[in-house]
Design a protein around this ligand. Structure first.
Ligand SMILES: NC(=O)c1ccc[n+]([C@@H]2O[C@H](COP(=O)([O-])OP(=O)(O)OC[C@H]3O[C@@H](n4cnc5c(N)ncnc54)[C@H](OP(=O)(O)O)[C@@H]3O)[C@@H](O)[C@H]2O)c1
Length: 439
């Protein structure tokens, strides 16, 4: 799916500044999302629009380094544009504003501080990309990994079962209270920190704001239990946190979850609930890309890249390999024309938007099957632009009963997360919302 320029009806042409917040921007996919967003924004949006890119890192050193590298990327893009149209870079350069912000998602006070900083400023958010994340692995089961890669390369590198997770990982204490309950570390970095941030930043959002979550192709149902949303006793807490992401986002517009969603993302138009409009959440995944999330030494990282390329050449639709290519789906979710995303989901059903590829690395955005939801929440329906290859071998067909079960589980996890939000807001104290919002 190509990204079209925003046109009439998009409501974007009148906007002068388009503000996007991306978390975990200093490496891997997050950095690539920032680069790709700059490139696509400059060449698909009207010259009157400026991109204000707020990129988050965990400390000032990483922030400065990321700013320098993003600036370098912008200069490369400008040089290439000048090669095509002499002097165009002068116009384009003025259309990108880069700004670093700090947050550590494992420290809820830091999450709250970022929310307060942005609320004080009052600048409206057009999109947020919840990219930061951790795997929570301590290494790989090498004999198993080598055997699986040599005998079943595509499946084994798309749905790996050889990483060794650290089970029961929890965050450091968040407050001074002695009776503070545990918080699952992978859950907090990948889901809960972002979940709180979404709610706290909601005064800066309106019905056109897009909340983009990053999931994974490997978010299989058996890795998650609604009895343990934090994955405290899960064997595969990383994959489980991504299944939780799928459940939250894909059920977020169903009538059955609205009692929770209405509190989480208050309506922005002050209308009765039936006509209320609120920001929309989207779920994307980057396919399989080579980043440092697996924590491999450089030689093994080289072998990992080689294995990923071979998987792509053998026909895997999900081995994007490069993070820039993998960023295509998240950037699509941020800037696609309304007819290509919100209106399309309205017509054809909500989807999990994946980065897919052809043999030569020609990346595109494709609907991805989610067990229990299918491709669009409608049993047996496979909309155009869905990828049906490269699916999990042990997958179960999404029947009517399974689809109903997904919705029941979705409603349940919404209830759990809203309960946790209430508890933690109580412990952390009220958020300061002093500013008025610039629209
Ligand atoms: N690589 C893949 O094939 C793949 C596949 C599916 C989904 N994903 C998803 O893509 C996203 C990015 O992963 P990646 O592969 O690009 O890995 P990565 O290179 O390790 O990047 C992870 C980013 O998250 C940040 N981060 C980690 N813990 C954080 C915390 N507590 N607070 C704030 N930021 C934190 C990291 O910052 P530091 O450098 O400071 O740690 C880094 O910027 C993740 O959500 C991951 O699940 C990746």
């Amino acid at each position: 799916m190509d990204v079209q320029p925003q046109g009439a009806g998009g409501g974007a042409e009148e906007k002068v500044t388009f503000t996007v917040l991306v978390t975990g921007a200093n490496s891997g996919l997050g950095f690539a999302i920032c680069c790709r967003l700059i490139d696509e924004f400059l060449f698909t949006r009207p010259q009157s629009q400026t991109l204000h890119l707020l990129f988050s890192t965990r400390d000032a050193r990483k922030s400065e380094d990321t700013l320098r590298r993003l600036g370098k990327h912008l200069q490369k893009t400008l040089r290439e544009a000048n090669g095509r149209t002499m002097g165009i870079s002068l116009l384009l350069e003025a259309r990108v504003k880069l700004e670093g912000v700090l947050v550590d998602l494992l420290e809820l006070r830091s999450v709250k501080a970022l929310a307060e900083q942005l609320l004080r400023r009052g600048q409206r958010l057009d999109a947020v990309v919840w990219n930061a994340g951790i795997a929570g692995w301590k290494g790989l089961d090498w004999p198993k990994a080598i055997w699986h890669i040599l005998t079943d390369l595509i499946h084994a590198s798309t749905y790996p079962t050889y990483p060794i997770p650290i089970e029961g990982l929890v965050t450091k204490a968040q407050t001074e209270a002695r009776d503070e309950p545990k918080l699952g570390q992978v859950f907090t970095a990948n889901v809960f920190g972002h979940y709180l941030l979404t709610h706290w930043l909601s005064p800066l959002m309106d019905s056109e704001t897009r909340v983009v979550w990053i999931s994974s192709i490997s978010a299989l149902p058996e890795t998650f239990s609604a009895d343990d949303v934090q994955g405290l006793s899960a064997h595969m807490a990383y994959e489980g946190s991504k299944r939780l992401t799928d459940l939250l986002v894909l059920t977020s517009e169903l009538p059955s979850t609205q009692p929770y969603v209405q509190n989480f993302l208050p309506a922005t138009n002050h209308q009765p609930q039936a006509q209320a409009s609120r920001p929309k959440m989207y779920v994307t995944h980057p396919g399989v890309v080579g980043t440092s999330i697996a924590g491999l030494p450089w030689l093994l990282e080289l072998l990992m890249f080689a294995a990923f390329y071979i998987a792509r050449w053998l026909g895997s639709p999900w081995h994007l390999v490069s993070a820039y290519k993998g960023a295509v789906s998240a950037v699509f979710a941020v800037i696609a024309h309304p007819s290509q995303l919100p209106e399309l989901e309205q017509r054809e059903g909500k989807g999990k938007w994946g980065s897919a590829t052809g043999v030569y690395g020609d990346e595109r955005v494709a609907r991805t099957e989610v067990e229990g939801w299918g491709f669009c929440g409608r049993v047996g329906v496979v909309p155009t632009g869905s990828v049906t290859a490269g699916r999990y071998r042990g997958r179960k067909e999404t029947t009517r009963e399974v689809r109903e079960g997904f919705e029941v589980e979705g409603r349940r996890v919404w209830g759990e997360l809203e309960g946790l939000r209430g508890e933690w807001e109580g412990r952390l104290g009220a958020i300061k919302q002093e500013a008025s919002v610039d629209v």
